[in-house]
Design a binder for this molecule. Structure first.
Ligand code: SAM
Length: 301
């Protein structure tokens, strides 16, 4: 009776022995599964269904409404790419707003910069933060021990509506997909408020779905067309995310002033000496070079 688990008879074991698998539909007829060692926790919050698991290959991982959010094995890819691209374009960023990101991985990366003076993190669901603090200290470790960070448990859409103009240098939207609580974070209203709330040299990075399967590329095109109408500079960059549908995922980069390649401060960023496992200033340039079918789809929105 657990909607996200399937039990598969393992013929290699004794008769009737069952293997437990976490299974996610990536398309109607495509499924992705991870063999589960233990289903650590399951609960329904005011906003969504939360599940925590442990596995051999991906370590601990958690899902919201049956969709993969974070695994211990590949979180570094997502969190490096959501954070360091903007910081290498403007290493003077001081005031950061993180929207979503309840696992804490994005806040953890941005707090590695000594020049960052304040990080406000707005997560709609406090239970995500509390459970990640319990089960995923790898990503949540900085959520309660850095005085530059303030946590707000409210809707990010409402938060940017109420925020002062030009009060942040960087907004990182680490959201779920545009269904359920994340829906408002893919609207004109939200992007316009982000533009207003950002300083003249501010940068917006947002979760931009995947180009590969049509249900996701539809959302990619919808959000790109809205951001392109809102910001004078709107680009998309890619990275490899093994546990997300198709493994090919995107972030959007939008700014009133900076081009992500022409304004990359590679020497300045490298001089900071931050150790990163995925991001480097070569991959920064490469990530904006998109496959032809993705370029075509984005140009025609
Ligand atoms: N890396 C993940 C991915 O792309 O699958 C996203 C991880 S993070 C856990 C996403 C978070 O966004 C969730 O914890 C969810 O509660 C939060 N969220 C969704 N809608 C939100 C909203 N309107 N305001 C603030 N946070 C929101």
């Amino acid at each position: 009776d657990d909607p996200y688990m399937i039990k598969i008879l393992d013929k290699s074991k004794e008769e009737n022995a069952m293997d437990l698998w976490y299974t996610e539909n990536h398309q109607e007829d495509v499924k992705f599964s991870i063999k589960v060692k233990e289903h650590l926790h399951s609960e329904k919050s005011e906003f969504q269904q939360l599940d925590f698991f442990t596995s051999d290959t991906f370590g601990k991982f958690f899902t919201l409404d049956g969709l993969m959010m974070v695994t211990e094995k590949d979180e570094f890819i997502y969190h490096d790419m959501i954070t360091h691209v903007s910081m290498a374009v403007n290493p003077n960023i001081k005031r950061v707003l993180v929207i979503g990101g309840g696992d804490g991985g994005t806040a953890r990366e941005v707090l590695r910069y000594p020049g960052v003076e304040k990080v406000d993190m707005v997560e709609i669901d406090e239970r995500v933060v509390r459970l990640c603090q319990k089960f995923l200290p790898l990503t949540a470790e900085k959520l309660d021990n850095d005085e530059r960070l303030t946590l707000y448990f409210e809707d990010g859409l409402k938060f940017v509506q109420d925020a002062d103009s030009e009060s942040y240098d960087l907004i990182l939207v680490d959201s779920t997909d545009p269904i359920g609580p994340g829906e408002g974070l893919f609207t004109y209203e939200f992007y316009n408020n982000c533009k207003r709330v950002l300083s003249e040299d501010g940068i917006l990075i947002n979760q931009h779905e995947s180009p590969y399967y049509s249900s996701y590329s539809h959302e990619m095109k919808r959000s790109h067309s809205k951001i392109k109408e809102t910001f004078p500079i709107a680009k998309v960059y890619q990275f490899h995310m093994p546990t997300y549908p198709s493994g090919h995922w995107l972030f959007g980069f939008a700014s009133k002033k900076y081009d992500p390649i022409a304004d990359l401060k590679a020497d300045e960023w490298n001089a900071l000496g931050l150790k990163t496992k995925y991001y480097n200033t070569d991959i920064h340039v490469g990530a904006f070079m998109l496959p032809t079918y993705v370029k075509d789809e984005l140009e025609n929105v």
